[in-house]
Design a protein around this ligand. Sequence first.
Ligand SMILES: [Cu+2]
Length: 618
Amino acid sequence: MGLGGAAESLGAADLPRDGRGCSPAVTLNVKMGTFHKVMLGVVCAATGAGCARAQAAGGEACPRPATGSVIEEPEDLRSVGGVLRVDVAYRNELDVGGHMRYCYVFGDGSESPNLRVHPGDLLILELKNELTVAPGGMSIAMPMGGHGGAGEDPCSGGKMTAASTNLHLHGLNIPPICHEDDVLKTSIQPGDPPFEYKVRIPAGQPPGLYWYHPHMHGFTKVQVLGGASGALIIEGVERANKELSGMPERVLVIRDQDLLNPNAAPNPGAEAPPVVLDSDGDVMNTGTGTGKPAKDLSVNFVPVPYPNYEPATIKMKPRERQLWRVLNASAITYLNLQMLWNAVPQWMAVVGLDGVPLNYIGRGGGGVAWQTHVGIAPGGRAEFVFAAPAEGVATLETLSVDTGSGGENDPVRPLARIVVSGDAPEPRAKLASSPEALPRPALPWLGDVAPVRTRKLYFSEILQDPKDPNSPTTFFITVDGQPPKAFDPASNVPNIVARQGDVEDWIIENRSLELHAFHIHQLHFLLLERFGSAVNEPFLRDTINVPFWDGKTSRYPSVKLRMDFRDSNTVGLFPYHCHLLEHEDGGMMGLVRVEPQAGAPVENLPEKASGAVALKRK
Ligand SMILES: [Cu+2]
């Protein structure tokens, strides 16, 4: 079978331009074929371009490159003999503009490196919380003698403050237990000894781009917005798609950050719609695709700030094909990537989404979806092949995304110039040239398994003062029939109880006036329907947009997902939430508890977790 239906559902359909999820502003142009198309699809022009190397712009704890820099690749930390062991210091500092930076500095001195592991490998990560500054600029008092001075177990969930942190391995199908991928009770304080994460990468984890970031409820946005994120790569994407064999690869982590020039006027000649701030100080959607963005963006930490948007620089050899692995590590900003040459959108060959190759399940098709733009929600990933022009300069930009009348402003803006020259350096990493084919997935294709039940959940928001759009908002994700309730981090009570081995269908509705991105930990799901209409996606996701309601239509926008609780690693208590992190922090999170099958071990369940953890702790 082909991936035609799948391809048509990518990109534009993911990034609604109006309340019905359509994209009139962008023509979705999809073709299927081989990589040869990438070569044909690129035209070029001559220009001379060069760019200064990155320079550290102030700061010592979390150095960052200067605007306009050449984009450096993150360092690669690779497993050796099936083990990747790393030490990580988690630091922060106030920059000269008063913005809080957060960073992961690894033992080799690299910041936010790529962690590269294979299925079946062991990842051992020692995380030391070295935060010294609280939001607002106050120094964090270092407790005497360990955890908060009280000797609390970091697995106990006792203390969760702006100085606390933990780590989530986004997209991995690993157990939700402390020292692995628990984010509900794990809380590491400044002064604690290094905290060990010890994770066995599942043998069946699809190869692709995943990521790591903190997940401390109430403080996730500020930490991720400050730069706390990095790529985690499960090696072997070329084993799923042999056309990728031997191809150079490049990791691009796109982050958002507070505006560097918040008071700047738009560029002369640019349309200047009125600026309305929401209760978080973010610029609300102008509906014009222009104007002041809610946040600035950066590419591998090179900022591309409003209002001039001086792009970062990527150098490529003429006509070189590279696999670009793009992570949207933004806290709240949507991306809709497009490659332009001479104002003409170029083809991108999408081969993987959310860490899963498009042909991972082996149901035929080329495993390639040809796109002229690729939408990536906060938390999502897209992997695509791009071929450089024969000469000249192409531009990577993000198109505007209409997030709804209640959403933030994500205008069109450039991100990077792709400068072609014969002496451009090769990316550091290259995919294997003669890969062994991946084994077929052990479980039947999710689309062929009958669900045991269907549930409905919905996103909603309440303004504390309904007459004041700038008053604080409470965010909810509610199981239909239950009372809407903001997530309570003190609660262990699940909103949903499922059973391991089962497959369920979940309908996620959006009853609010802004876009939300549904994400669940520990598993991938299959998109079945959008607005009640079937879609054909023979691949999996872990993050999905749910289009905004226009406030008038009698039916709420929705998606229908097939949720996969078959793997024993999903047993336990874990969250689902909106991946716009200020929504998550504001309460848009719920809990599912997956019960073991009769007779199965129960070590992932919370009441057993402390015992399991005791065995693991050093
Ligand atoms: Cu949201």
